[in-house]
Design a protein around this ligand. Structure first.
Ligand code: GDP
Length: 330
């Protein structure tokens, strides 16, 4: 697994105490498991490397750690594990007493930082579906305060932690994962710029560039994201893929998502959802007013230019990666 191509993938580590929800997150986000099914998941007791790069644009591995791993065990190779890691997500069960989790977070983060100071540290305050809104804010404040105090006491103020309130029972887990993944995409500013140009020239209100399999959005234009719009777009992807799987396959072969994939959904409030295939993994999903859709010709022309630009952005990346691989093997 140490081939150049595997090494060049940004890697996300998912860690946290046993039963904090790690396997559930992985199954719901990347394997389309419904949240209720996670009740029957067996607890993780080994490192799970889940390489999703064949189905998803987002090339990373999730290493699901068992809660009781001992960093001081000599067989635990922290150089190898943290060395190539782009982001470390630490999951804390907000419905449980989190003192032990905080101690573990501190130990993990300080250890990982020593090996690799470039890691992005992301804390998921998870299972917040069981908490009232006030309780959510209070829990986040408390965890934030304690975690940063622990770091300050250890002289590790340089470590930055980001916090997210998450649950597998709504879209918050996808939203949080989107933010985590976006930090690892070097082309993000270019993608945002392209989306801004596209929407301003096409009368579109909001546009997301989605990884279809995971429903993570890898970029959006710079207008603020409201959860409702994001949820609508996620739901649209589900509808398109489901309908396409049932009715769209030739001879029962091939994929539910291909070059021809596109869809228009008219909502009853004079709004349109518009989805277009961008490449094997990505789709553009837009929200626009019905009147502006009269000019579909312009939108389609602009989309064509956008698609071309995206292709070029990622070609540069793939060329650079191949070059890297060649250099390493020669
Ligand atoms: P792991 O040991 O960290 O991999 O934890 P699991 O993924 O096995 O999850 C432990 C339990 O937490 C399971 O019964 C899940 O159904 C439950 N769980 C996971 N995520 C959530 C969540 O967002 N909300 C709630 N209420 N329960 C969750």
């Amino acid at each position: 697994d140490r081939s150049p191509s595997a090494e060049s993938k940004p890697r996300i580590l998912l860690m946290g105490l046993r039963r904090s929800g790690k396997s559930s997150i992985q199954k719901v986000v990347f394997h389309k498991m419904s949240p209720n099914e996670t009740l029957f998941l067996e607890s993780t007791n080994k490192i799970v490397k889940d390489d999703i790069s064949n189905s998803s644009f987002v090339q990373f591995q999730i290493w699901d750690f068992p809660g009781q791993i001992d960093f001081f065990d000599p067989t635990f190779d922290s150089e190898m594990i943290f060395g190539g890691c782009g982001a470390l997500i630490f999951v804390i069960d907000a419905q449980d007493d989190y003192m032990e989790a905080l101690a573990k977070l501190h130990m993990t983060v300080s250890r990982a930082y020593k090996v690799n100071p470039n890691i992005k540290f992301e804390v998921f305050i998870h299972k917040v579906d069981g908490l009232s809104d006030d309780h959510k804010i209070e829990t986040q404040r408390d965890i934030h305060q304690r975690a940063n105090d622990d770091l300050a006491d250890a002289g590790l103020e340089a470590i930055h932690l980001s916090f997210y309130l998450t649950s597998i029972y709504d879209h918050s887990i996808f939203e949080a994962f989107s933010k985590v993944v976006q930090k690892l995409i070097p082309q993000l500013p270019t993608l945002e710029n392209l989306l801004n140009i596209l929407i301003s020239n096409s009368g579109i209100e909001k546009a997301f560039l989605f990884d279809v399999v995971s429903k993570i959005y890898i970029a959006t234009d710079s207008s603020p994201v409201d959860m409702q719009s994001y949820e609508l777009c996620c739901d649209m992807i589900d509808v398109v893929i489901d309908v396409s799987c049932i009715y769209g396959l030739k001879d029962g072969e091939g994929s539910c998502y291909d070059k021809e994939s596109s869809s228009i959904i008219k909502l009853n409030n004079a709004t349109i959802l518009y989805l277009r295939e961008v490449n094997r993994f990505l789709a553009l999903v837009c929200i626009l007013r019905e009147d502006n859709f009269d000019r579909q010709g312009i939108i389609d022309y602009n989309f064509h230019c956008f698609r071309q630009a995206i292709q070029e952005v990622f070609e540069v990346r793939f060329k650079a990666q191949n070059l890297g691989a060649n250099l390493q093997s020669s």
